[in-house]
Each structure stands twice: as structure tokens, then as C-alpha cells.
Write a protein that binds this ligand. Structure first.
Ligand SMILES: NC(=O)c1ccc[n+]([C@@H]2O[C@H](COP(=O)([O-])OP(=O)(O)OC[C@H]3O[C@@H](n4cnc5c(N)ncnc54)[C@H](O)[C@@H]3O)[C@@H](O)[C@H]2O)c1
Ligand SMILES: O=C(O)[C@H](O)CO
Length: 326
């Protein structure tokens, strides 16, 4: 008998086929909407594997209903939707999908930086609604990217990939991270600073650290006040790291010049959220890793790790290695 697993969304057919080959898999029928909590609570009771997305809250209450669960395979690099501590306590492996999405997410981060600096959505909207009357000296003027100073908060895989892009734009580079990265400093002429310096001298600040209780509200009113009035803040990591109320106020009164967000505290963000009324906010619906090739790689990697863990092979990206014996 094949081991039972539950998949919380419709995946590309070929990926589902791979899971079906090795597992007795049930999958939530929708491609666009998350599995309802009551369905997930029912489905999890007899499975050995859970294939989930960042939209699924895998918390203590859910894990209590899953006595047979061996592995939670998350189709994302960020895993703040999972109570890893509780999973570890129960000996349940947690896996994620780092690496395969790094370049795609760095591309989007730099694209969002450019779009925000040069007001691309606003300019496009201006043209489409027929406001364009003539070329004008200061019309829709933005901030220069080439040669500007970029401060990166979180020098991990995506942070490093962003450095490579910024280097091509001759940017002065600063970073803040839990640990210093001398090899990156040397390779890309990038300087380590504390948060205070990074915020006060950067023209662009990019947030690329994981969400945790430690990083929640890392950027609030005080930090926004430390930034230049011409500065641009970009967050492609997770909502909640930047305090949205403080950001709204900072953008409204001009404490900072503009912001670009791919992520929100609550997703989907409500269409009537005050932030979305601001012309100096560029907003995207969490599409950092959304290229066809990358989403295929992520979904396949998560499937492989689900199967590996269930069949007693160490999965490539184990978030809680102690469940494997260290
Ligand atoms: N918008 C998207 O679609 C999208 C796509 C991919 C990743 N992400 C987010 O980006 C994050 C980063 O991804 P990654 O692959 O670069 O991860 P990573 O683990 O390689 O890098 C994270 C870096 O942050 C540092 N860090 C962690 N906590 C810190 C703290 N409290 N203070 C200072 N530094 C800290 C780590 O030392 C590490 O260098 C993910 O956790 C995820 O939430 C978003
Ligand atoms: O953490 C992640 O992987 C993203 O948010 C989606 O790719």
C-alpha cells in the first residue's frame, strides 16, 4: 500500500503525476484558492506527508490532528506559515525550496526597485487615462538608480543575487545581516553597516530577511524617520517586517519618497487598504518567484522532498535537521 499524502492545491499535472507514482495522494481541487481550514483538518488526520503552500497555516492545532505525519513539504523558501518548533517536537520533518527561486526573486526585487524609482505604474496609468498633454520638464520625474546607494537588509541567497544586479548599475552597496559575509564584501565591494547607518545613508533600502518574531516590525516609524526624504523602500521578503501603518504615514507625509511592496501583512491585501490609495506606493501580489520555469522547479523540488522524506531518504532542504538526527 502506498503512503497517504495530502496536497493543498492543484499543482502542474506532471508534478502531481510524480507524487501519485509513489504516494496515495489526495489534493485540494482548486488551483487559485487555498484549501479551507476544516477540509485540511479533516484531510490531515491519516496522512504521512503534507505538501503545502505559504497560504496554509500549519500550526500546533493542526499538527495535533496529524498523528501519522512524517513530513511537511512547503513549496516556498519562507516557512513562517509553519510552526517548526512544534513540528520538530513531534519529530516531523519540514522542508522548503531555497535556491531554485533565488535569481527570479532577485530579478523581481530589482524590477520593483526600478519601477518604484521611476514611477512606472503611475506613468503608465497617466497615459492610459488620457492625462498626457505634452512633454514637460518635471513631469513624472523619479529617482536615479545608476550610481545610487543601495542598503540590503538580509544578505542571504536573494540578497547576494541582488548585489550582482546592483553592481551592474554601479551602485554603492551596504548591507546588514545577522552574520557578516567577508567573501561577498570582497567580491562585490560591499560594506557591512549597522541598521542605523544603512537606513540613514541609503537611497534604496531592500528588505530580504525571513519573517520571525524577531523581524516583525523591524521597520517602523522610528526607522522610517531615519531614512532620507528621497529614499525608496522595497520589501519582497514578507509583510509584517515593515509596519504598514507606519509606512502609510511615512509615505503620506513624505518622510520617505516611495515604497515598493510585493508582500503584505495580510494577503491578499484588502483592495481598500489605505496604502493602496497612495500614488508613491507600488504594489504587487506576492509574485517574487513567479516565472513559469521557477514555479515548475519549486513545485517539483517540493514533491521530490515529500517523497524522499516519506521513503526514508534525507530531503535536500531540511529546515529542522534534528528530526533526522542532526
Ligand atoms: N516575494 C517573494 O515571492 C519571495 C520569494 C522568495 C523569498 N522570499 C522571502 O525572502 C526571504 C529570504 O530568502 P533567501 O532565500 O535569501 O533566504 P536566506 O536564508 O538565504 O537569507 C536570509 C538572510 O537573512 C539573515 N537573517 C535572518 N534573520 C535575521 C535577523 N533577525 N537579523 C539580521 N539578519 C537576519 C540570514 O542570516 C540570511 O543571511 C525568505 O525568507 C522569504 O520570506 C520572498
Ligand atoms: O518564500 C517564498 O518562496 C516566496 O514567498 C514565494 O516564492
Amino acid at each position: 500500500m502506498k503512503p497517504k499524502v495530502y496536497v493543498t492545491r492543484q499543482l502542474p499535472e506532471e508534478v502531481l503525476a510524480i507524487i501519485h507514482q509513489s504516494c496515495d495522494a489526495r489534493a485540494w481541487e482548486d488551483i487559485d484558492l487555498p484549501v479551507p481550514r476544516d477540509v485540511l483538518e479533516r484531510e490531515i488526520t491519516d496522512v504521512e506527508g503534507l505538501y503545502c503552500l505559504l497560504t496554509d497555516q500549519v500550526d500546533k492545532a493542526l499538527l495535533e490532528r496529524a498523528p501519522r505525519l512524517k513530513v511537511i513539504s512547503n513549496m516556498a523558501v519562507g516557512y513562517n506559515n509553519i510552526d517548526v518548533e512544534e513540528a520538530t517536537r513531534r519529530g516531523i520533518m519540514v522542508t522548503n525550496t531555497p535556491g531554485v527561486l533565488t535569481e527570479t526573486t532577485a530579478d523581481l526585487t530589482f524590477a520593483l526597485l526600478m519601477a518604484t524609482a521611476r514611477r512606472l505604474p503611475e506613468a503608465s496609468e497617466y497615459l492610459r487615462k488620457g492625462s498626457w498633454q505634452t512633454w514637460s520638464p518635471m513631469l513624472l520625474t523619479g529617482q536615479d538608480v545608476y550610481g545610487a546607494t543601495l542598503g540590503i537588509i538580509g544578505m542571504g541567497r536573494i540578497g547576494e543575487a541582488l548585489v550582482k544586479r546592483a553592481h551592474g548599475f554601479n551602485m554603492n552597496l551596504l548591507y546588514y545581516n545577522r552574520t557578516r559575509k567577508p567573501e561577498v564584501e570582497e567580491a562585490y565591494d560591499i560594506r557591512y553597516t549597522d541598521m542605523d547607518e544603512l537606513l540613514s545613508v541609503s537611497d534604496f533600502v531592500c528588505v530580504l530577511i525571513p519573517y520571525s518574531t524577531e523581524t516583525r516590525d523591524l521597520i517602523g516609524a522610528k526607522e522610517l524617520r531615519q531614512m532620507k526624504p528621497t529614499a525608496v523602500l522595497i520589501n519582497t521578503a514578507r509583510g509584517g517586517i515593515v509596519n504598514e501603518e507606519a509606512l502609510y504615514e511615512a509615505l503620506r507625509v513624505g518622510t520617505i519618497w516611495a515604497a515598493g511592496l510585493d508582500v503584505f501583512d495580510r494577503e491578499p491585501v484588502a483592495p481598500d487598504h489605505p496604502l493602496l490609495t497612495l500614488p508613491n506606493l507600488v504594489s504587487l501580489p506576492h509574485i517574487g518567484s513567479a516565472s513559469v520555469a521557477t514555479r515548475m522547479k519549486m513545485s517539483r523540488l517540493a514533491a521530490d522532498q515529500l517523497i524522499d522524506a516519506i521513503y526514508g531518504r534525507r530531503p535536500a532542504n531540511l529546515v529542522n535537521p534534528s528530526t533526522w538526527g542532526g
